[in-house]
Design a protein around this ligand. Structure first.
Ligand code: 13P
Length: 255
């Protein structure tokens, strides 16, 4: 399958930024700028912003995602949010396994896998993040790290379910550092991820999966990154908080 047949997806990951009022204001700025987009446009926002974000984007082409979810339907998990809670208010996507959750909040491939399966079972579309640390790249084990994450994070995910999974390749050394992976580095790993998916499932299933790049992607480098055959979109941190920059990336993906 060629790239043109895959769904290009540009998603903002707002991380811990914007109050509900600020979220509404930013989305109202973004909406008209991306109204003609020829790609999927998503804003993944903090939990308390979700209701306001869904209201602000009603009737528009901007979809809303959460930044995490728990695997249990309910129970004694203080501070966690279930897939049912997200579904009921109209959330469509959920970022899982982000490196910040892995680094600061003890997320493991096992918990990413549990969350991914729960999200899929609830009808949410997970954006599963994988990526190597700088040390791991320097030790030349990027492929081993990525292969392990893909295998474990998607353990027991069926081929049918895979069609609702988005993979985000986010080299940890490129996140929030201003150090973007070169387009060649991004392509190399995104192609490797697709090859792993082909091994675990089959080529046709792998060819249909949207694989995003994330890590200091911005309005200046999006064109080049998105021109690569296996880079189908972007997961955008800092630049997603500035309407014009985010819209420029959406435009680059719409070409
Ligand atoms: P930055 O675009 O700020 O580097 O963040 C990338 C990211 O972590 C998106 O999930």
């Amino acid at each position: 399958m060629d790239k043109a047949k895959r769904k290009a997806i540009i998603a903002g990951n707002w991380k811990m930024n914007k109050t509900p009022k600020e979220a509404t204001a930013l989305l109202n700025e973004i909406k008209p700028l991306v109204a003609d987009a020829d790609c999927e446009v998503i804003a993944c926002v903090p939990y308390v912003d979700l209701a306001a974000a869904i209201e602000a984007t009603a009737g528009s082409n901007v979809k809303i995602g959460a930044e995490n979810c728990h695997w249990a339907a309910s129970g004694a998990f203080t501070g966690e949010i279930s897939t049912g809670m997200l579904k009921e208010i109209g959330v469509e996507y959920v970022v899982l396994g982000h490196s910040e959750r892995r680094q600061y909040f003890g997320e493991t491939d096992e918990t990413v896998n549990k969350r991914t399966k729960a999200a899929l079972a609830a009808g949410l579309k997970p954006i599963v993040c994988v990526g190597e640390l700088l040390w791991e790249r320097e030790c030349n084990i990027t492929e081993e790290v990525i292969a392990r994450q893909i295998k474990l994070d998607l353990w027991d995910v069926t081929e049918d379910e895979l069609q609702n999974v988005v993979i985000a390749y986010e080299p940890v050394w490129a996140i929030g550092t201003g150090k973007t992976a070169t387009a060649e580095q991004a392509e190399e790993v995104c192609a490797f991820i697709r090859a792993q998916l082909a091994k675990l499932y089959n080529q046709e299933a792998a060819d249909a999966v949207t694989i995003q790049y994330g890590g200091s992607m911005n309005d200046a480098n999006a064109d080049e990154l998105l021109s690569k055959v296996n880079v189908d979109g972007g997961l955008i941190g800092g630049a997603s908080l500035v309407a014009e920059k985010f819209a420029a990336i959406v435009k680059a993906a719409s070409k």
